[in-house]
Design a protein around this ligand. Structure first.
Ligand SMILES: [Zn+2]
Length: 380
């Protein structure tokens, strides 16, 4: 559609171009076909960058519109997207429209910043669940621990139901605000008292370790996930733990603290090889994973993912981590619930591959949409 309109709009330029060539004003270059190509039209294939490739599926196959999720959903991975009371109201309206019961807001915050988020969202205590951060001030000095624990307890008393999102891409736990803990990973002994206290308080720790594997691969024509990987590349970073080492930090912490529940964000960034996460699930009953922001990576392998969800239905949690737009929620429901094939969402994913639905069964959907979150966080 777009292509036709563009050409029609600019077709009048062609006779003008030919007239200029004949008048000798323009020297045609046989290799540069784009000189005849008006600036606002789509590029010719030989000039098209993979980065600009936006295919539109033409298959005449089922296309399922899902307006509302099959079960009332708890989103285990969102952030404080709403900044004003009006935006909070609008978010709740969207939640009602798409069938989202509750959203877990991972604030990263402690102190007054956490308190003001509690105030902002407490108009809807049944719709928003807040996680706090860890206060890492003085983490690099002797005596670190007691005041961080006191702050954690204060946040929990204010309603925090978990900690997160902690984040480490190889250089330390840097997501926490206002103090990033560079050089300190989740398995560091300095973390032990905090993690232990979370277990005693019965609150989970949500943690992002590593990044998808494509971001560690060379940025060249062999990189399967190149367009997305290049934006988030880690292959050019020196002195970072690699993917396997990062997963190992998570494993050590989970192993050391069997009384504390962990939520590995984004499938522990093992979407390229879910058997890594499967092995961790097999070993550690205190490990869960959210599926947020890895729909693009997993909808490329829907049959494998379907089997993985069936096998680990008690350990996976629905999450988004992609804003709070109704179309975004609906896209995730389509991917989870339907067996639609070969579709694209270029606004959300920069991969060049098409997506397909996982076609999850009712029992699995109910668990990952809702039941697992309730058993993890408690009565909500
Ligand atoms: Zn996140």
């Amino acid at each position: 559609m777009k292509r036709d309109t563009g050409l029609r709009r600019t077709r009048w330029l062609i006779p003008l171009f030919l007239a200029l060539v004949m008048a000798g004003c323009i020297q045609p270059n046989p290799n540069a076909l784009s000189t005849a190509e008006p600036a606002d039209s789509l590029p010719l294939p030989e000039k098209l960058l993979l980065d600009h490739y936006r295919p539109v599926t033409i298959y005449n196959i089922p296309h399922t519109e899902i307006t509302e999720a099959r079960y009332p959903v708890i989103d285990l991975h969102s952030h404080p997207y709403a900044k004003t009371p009006a935006e909070v109201d609008l978010w709740v309206k969207t939640m009602d429209e798409v069938g989202l019961d509750k959203a877990v807001i991972m604030t990263y915050q402690t102190g007054p910043a956490f308190d003001s988020l509690v105030q902002l969202y407490n108009k809807y205590p049944n719709r928003f669940i807040l996680f706090c951060g860890f206060d890492f001030s003085g983490y690099d000095k002797l005596g670190f621990g007691p005041s961080a624990i006191a702050e954690l307890e204060r946040c929990v008393a204010l309603g925090a139901k978990g900690v997160g999102e902690l984040g480490d891409k190889g250089k330390g736990l840097f997501y926490s605000k206002p103090t990033p803990a560079w050089g300190m990973h989740i398995d560091d002994p300095r973390m032990d008292p905090l993690i232990k206290r979370c277990g005693e308080l019965n609150i989970p720790i949500s943690i992002h370790v590593a990044e998808p594997m494509w971001m560690y691969e060379p940025m060249d024509s062999t990189n399967d996930g190149l367009m997305n990987a290049y934006s988030w590349r880690l292959d050019d970073q020196r002195d970072i733990l690699d993917h396997a080492e990062m997963v190992q930090t998570l494993e050590k912490a989970v192993q050391k603290h069997p009384e504390t529940n962990f939520i590995a964000c984004h499938y522990a960034n093992c979407s390229y090889d879910l058997t890594i996460l499967g092995r961790l699930f097999d070993r550690y009953p205190n490990l869960y994973a959210d599926i947020g922001a890895r729909f693009g990576e997993t909808a490329a392998i829907p049959r494998f993912v379907h089997a993985f969800f069936n096998q680990y239905a008690d350990r996976l949690l629905y999450g988004t981590d992609m804003g709070n737009n109704p179309a975004m929620y609906r896209m995730t429901f389509r991917i989870l619930e339907t067996e639609d094939e070969h579709f694209y969402y270029h606004d959300y994913f920069t991969y060049h591959w098409p997506l397909s639905g996982y076609n999850l069964g009712d029992d699995v959907l109910k668990k990952i949409y809702r039941d697992n979150a309730i058993s993890l966080i408690g009565p909500l």
